[in-house]
Write a protein that binds this ligand. Structure first.
Ligand SMILES: [Zn+2]
Length: 388
């Protein structure tokens, strides 16, 4: 079955697709009480509202659809068992994700027309544990995502969005989980990955945008872009890189500017008009085709985007992906200046007796005399793993 979302995304008119705005800040404006969350112990668990007070979640969806959003996101940002477990709701992960997708689909159907179809993206947030930092092992994270994906899939989500990504290993766990569910179901949904680049210009764990692309390029993604963290001005260089190099459709879903602390609460300064102007530039000059709003954006912001979207044509991109290998930090293009290229991993052979012994015995090592050890305790080797 062909995805109607992909048919729309790739239609000859190349329409600009508008996602909704923030779920959390929109729920906060409803002044929900502990009772609305099902009791004090669940207060703050937005994902549980689809069970305890679904009308609060439907209202957010409805407001964004009325503002003109083409895609609404399910109320499942923290919907893995790992995050729900903080509220003793780990065993509800599948059912809450399924209910959230069903709820969003119902509301989207109220607004959907053949001329302006509305879609539901199953939201998969980063959770609270990053595998690169050793908070959780890869398999456990992948399994938690798998349960979430199954709920979103069975609830009828039109696409999946792995968003606010802070760690590429976390993205790989999510994408591997998604692929396993697609294999089980015998059918895939469109997949979007949205990474978060911090103010310092990298992901939280230090990954540059070129490394993000090198790591994700082999995956069968449909959309790759950025969301959250900063306002659009600090996203521009990263978006430009994706525009010039990424083989995937590019998305940009910024916060309403950098959050400021006003009276102990997060305050977002960017007006709807300013967001519209910034994203218009990204669409027309950098070929971004998917836009929307993250933290601090409200229906007013989305309305501005939805009004302008039909009048915009994304710049025709001619991306050139430079094949590369990447570490967690940097990408290294496969360029050969000399007769061969060494691909390897730096290893401090005196950091551990075992590592040193294994590296000398089992794998050929190449001594790089110009490479001084960072820790100053011993020599640094390039561990030779392949030669092209
Ligand atoms: Zn955000």
């Amino acid at each position: 079955m062909t995805s109607s979302f992909l048919a729309r995304l790739h239609s000859p008119q190349r329409p600009v697709i508008v996602f909704d705005g923030a779920m959390g800040t929109s729920l906060q404006t409803q002044q929900l009480t502990a009772d609305d969350f099902g009791g004090q112990q669940y207060e703050g668990c937005n994902e549980y509202l689809v069970h305890t007070k679904p009308e609060a979640v439907s209202k957010v969806h409805r407001d964004y659809l009325a503002a003109g959003a083409d895609v609404i996101e399910t109320d499942t940002f923290g919907g893995t068992a790992l995050v729900l477990g903080e509220y003793d709701l780990a065993d509800r992960a599948y059912s809450l994700n399924k209910a959230a997708a069903e709820l969003a689909k119902q509301v989207a159907a109220e607004f959907s027309t053949p001329e302006k179809p509305r879609f539901v993206a199953g939201s998969m947030g980063p959770g609270t544990k990053l595998p690169t930092l050793g908070h959780i092992d890869f398999e456990a994270l992948k399994n938690a995502y798998g349960e979430q994906v199954e709920g979103l899939y069975d609830g009828g989500a039109d696409l999946l969005i792995v968003e606010t990504c802070q760690d590429v290993l976390q993205i790989k766990a999510a994408l591997n989980a998604i692929q396993e569910v697609f294999d089980q179901k015998g059918q895939r949904l469109p997949v979007m990955v949205s990474v978060t680049m911090e103010v310092m210009g990298t992901m939280l764990v230090g990954t540059e945008i070129s490394a993000v692309l090198a790591i994700l390029e082999p995956y069968p993604l449909d959309i790759l872009g950025l969301n959250c963290a900063t306002g659009p001005d600090k996203m521009k260089e990263h978006i430009k890189y994706l525009s010039e190099h990424s083989p995937f459709v590019v998305s940009c879903i910024p916060n309403a500017g950098l959050p400021e602390n006003v009276g102990g609460a997060a305050h977002y300064r960017l007006t709807p008009l300013e967001l519209k102007m910034a994203l218009m530039h990204f669409v027309e000059d950098l070929g971004v085709q998917v836009i929307g709003g993250c933290c601090g954006t409200r229906p007013d912001h989305i309305q501005q985007l939805a009004e302008i979207a039909p009048t915009l044509t994304p710049k025709l991109r001619q991306p050139r992906y430079d094949r590369a290998a990447a570490s967690i930090y940097l990408a290294q293009p496969y360029e050969q200046d000399n007769s061969f290229l060494i691909v390897g991993e730096r290893l401090n052979a005196s950091g551990s007796k075992n590592a040193g012994r294994c590296s000398m015995r089992r794998i050929g090592t190449v001594w790089c005399p110009w490479q001084r050890p960072r820790c100053g305790k011993g020599p640094t080797f390039w561990m030779l793993t392949s030669i092209t």
